[in-house]
Design a protein around this ligand. Sequence first.
Ligand SMILES: *[C@@H]1O[C@H](CO)[C@@H](O)[C@H](O)[C@H]1NC(C)=O
Ligand SMILES: *[C@@H]1O[C@H](CO)[C@@H](O)[C@H](O)[C@H]1NC(C)=O
Ligand SMILES: *[C@@H]1O[C@H](CO)[C@@H](O)[C@H](O)[C@H]1NC(C)=O
Ligand SMILES: *[C@@H]1O[C@H](CO)[C@@H](O)[C@H](O)[C@H]1NC(C)=O
Ligand SMILES: *[C@@H]1O[C@H](CO)[C@@H](O)[C@H](O)[C@H]1NC(C)=O
Ligand SMILES: *[C@@H]1O[C@H](CO)[C@@H](O)[C@H](O)[C@H]1NC(C)=O
Ligand SMILES: *[C@@H]1O[C@H](CO)[C@@H](O)[C@H](O)[C@H]1NC(C)=O
Ligand SMILES: *[C@@H]1O[C@H](CO)[C@@H](O)[C@H](O)[C@H]1NC(C)=O
Ligand SMILES: *[C@@H]1O[C@H](CO)[C@@H](O)[C@H](O)[C@H]1NC(C)=O
Ligand SMILES: *[C@@H]1O[C@H](CO)[C@@H](O)[C@H](O)[C@H]1NC(C)=O
Ligand SMILES: *[C@@H]1O[C@H](CO)[C@@H](O)[C@H](O)[C@H]1NC(C)=O
Length: 480
Amino acid sequence: MKNMHWLILSICLLYIHPTKSLLPPDDSSCSNQCFHQLPSECPSPENPCRCRQLTNCQKAAVCCNVNRFTLKEGLACGNITAASQIQSLHIRNASFDSFNLSANQNVWRNLRYMTITDGHIKKIDGEFAKQNSISCLNLSSNHINSIEDRALNTLFNLSFLDLSHNNLTDVPSFRKDHTIFLDISNNMYLNCSILTNTLQSHPEIAFVNENQTFCYPTKDLDFGWFQSQATLAFSQVKAKYELEKNCHQNCSCKTVSVNLAPGKMAMFEVEMNCANMSFLNLPVPLPDNTVSLDVSNNNITSIKELSEPSYQNLRSFIADNNKISSVQPLEGTKFISHFNTLSLQRNKFKFLETYVLDNIQFERNFNQRKLRLGYNTLQCDCNTMKLKVWLLSKLSHIPDYNHIKCDNLNVRIIDLDASKMCQSPQDWTDYIYYIITAEVLLLVGLIAKVSYDYWVFKTAGYLPWPANRMPRLPCDWLCE
Ligand SMILES: *[C@@H]1O[C@H](CO)[C@@H](O)[C@H](O)[C@H]1NC(C)=O
Ligand SMILES: *[C@@H]1O[C@H](CO)[C@@H](O)[C@H](O)[C@H]1NC(C)=O
Ligand SMILES: *[C@@H]1O[C@H](CO)[C@@H](O)[C@H](O)[C@H]1NC(C)=O
Ligand SMILES: *[C@@H]1O[C@H](CO)[C@@H](O)[C@H](O)[C@H]1NC(C)=O
Ligand SMILES: *[C@@H]1O[C@H](CO)[C@@H](O)[C@H](O)[C@H]1NC(C)=O
Ligand SMILES: *[C@@H]1O[C@H](CO)[C@@H](O)[C@H](O)[C@H]1NC(C)=O
Ligand SMILES: *[C@@H]1O[C@H](CO)[C@@H](O)[C@H](O)[C@H]1NC(C)=O
Ligand SMILES: *[C@@H]1O[C@H](CO)[C@@H](O)[C@H](O)[C@H]1NC(C)=O
Ligand SMILES: *[C@@H]1O[C@H](CO)[C@@H](O)[C@H](O)[C@H]1NC(C)=O
Ligand SMILES: *[C@@H]1O[C@H](CO)[C@@H](O)[C@H](O)[C@H]1NC(C)=O
Ligand SMILES: *[C@@H]1O[C@H](CO)[C@@H](O)[C@H](O)[C@H]1NC(C)=O
């Protein structure tokens, strides 16, 4: 009975812990996409040879703690030569001022997996031979500052490039004619412009470990007012890139980031330019957070789209030289209460609706507000006097007031003369007095009738018509 237990237990243990040495030598156990060995696989410290071939993996070798001289020796004493056809090599803890790829070409030529990690290498130079089969190159964790421009250009079969945990400032050039997985995470001084360019020009690159990938913003990228020492997360660079790429057709978008507080995701504000495009309507919808839109030199006839939800963050709207005929759609929009620049020069206005313009606030928080309406020629009549009055009170906000003129008279709006424009005695303003008089008479009549009713009620005890026909109102108790 006891023996039975032991038997079952040992069978179980065998299944749970199949030790590595039990497995037959098999490449798939050692190199999957790349080849990577633990320090425990290094030659033992007392072994004078720094390289050794592995017994559990086919055509695989490990070299440890080498410099330029001991690597050469190690390759020789480990019998890692052109003849041995080693395909997987991991070099750990290499100390090189510069690692010259042109040296030991005869060995590198056979490699499919080349891994040089966890060392101190300042620079990679030289280049691989044209005939090579390297599909994974891992140069992670070496403190590498630079990789010579042509160093990786002959890696025709490359599919995985790991440059993580180094000190690179740019993405080295390599062949990108097929999908390549690139891990460039944890290089803290990576140039954001260069990273964006790589993203832009090489969609075939699949970034690995995006969440640990950072870059250092530069002024030319226009990341806005970032803290000078802040690094950006790759996700933010990517978000910016996607926003710019997915701009409205025939328009260009520029993003400026705001809220770059440490640890917070950047928010982007979009400036969109659709000038000179023969648009007949305003573009809809705008990208999220569009704060500025330029649609000058198109054939836009109406600005009714300003009330669209995607226009709610707009603060600058420039629509010069279009065919817009009315400012009426501005009424009630978020834009009219938030904007800092509105430019509608050279359009097709015949009238400017003063009741809409009157709603624009220029006081307090809005004293920087600018409204340009110049080079429009209006149909002038007595009503235009109201526009003149409005203009005169807002001159500092309407820099081009001198260029708003009449179409039917060769005169500027601000020079209009009321006595000439409004000379007709039958002017509509006269009717207002009749209406006011009629209203006053009606009011007096009403008061008289109510007083009479009250007097009758007090003296005779009943309510005259029509008060006696009225239903009781909730507020009647006030009188009782
Ligand atoms: C790396 O190699 C150097 C010799 O080149 C050695 O002194 C050092 O201890 C090694 N470091 C590790 C972590 O093995
Ligand atoms: C070196 O490797 C070659 C080819 O694998 C083999 O023929 C030769 O015997 C090896 N030499 C030593 C010293 O192990
Ligand atoms: C790299 O090695 C090759 C050949 O050994 C040599 O021609 C080249 O000058 C070396 N490059 C550098 C930068 O040392
Ligand atoms: C490359 O080497 C690093 C450092 O040893 C390791 O963490 C990483 O997993 C390796 N990358 C791949 C793709 O094997
Ligand atoms: C390398 O790529 C070439 C074609 O680009 C292909 O013919 C060859 O089989 C590849 N080699 C390996 C080892 O994958
Ligand atoms: C890493 O790169 C930065 C910027 O290029 C440099 O100032 C710094 O000295 C480098 N650090 C190391 C350890 O090489
Ligand atoms: C980043 O790259 C751009 C363009 O290549 C360059 O103009 C800029 O000076 C670089 N920034 C830094 C900090 O090296
Ligand atoms: C990366 O970060 C995003 C958002 O912060 C998260 O949703 C995602 O799961 C992360 N991915 C990995 C691989 O950690
Ligand atoms: C964009 O421009 C192209 C060519 O000028 C034109 O064919 C297309 O209709 C335009 N698209 C829009 C949305 O205006
Ligand atoms: C539009 O055309 C005008 C005149 O041809 C030019 O001055 C302006 O720069 C152009 N704007 C854009 C964004 O192309
Ligand atoms: C826009 O207007 C101009 C001038 O009025 C005209 O020549 C042009 O054909 C118009 N474009 C479109 C797309 O309607």
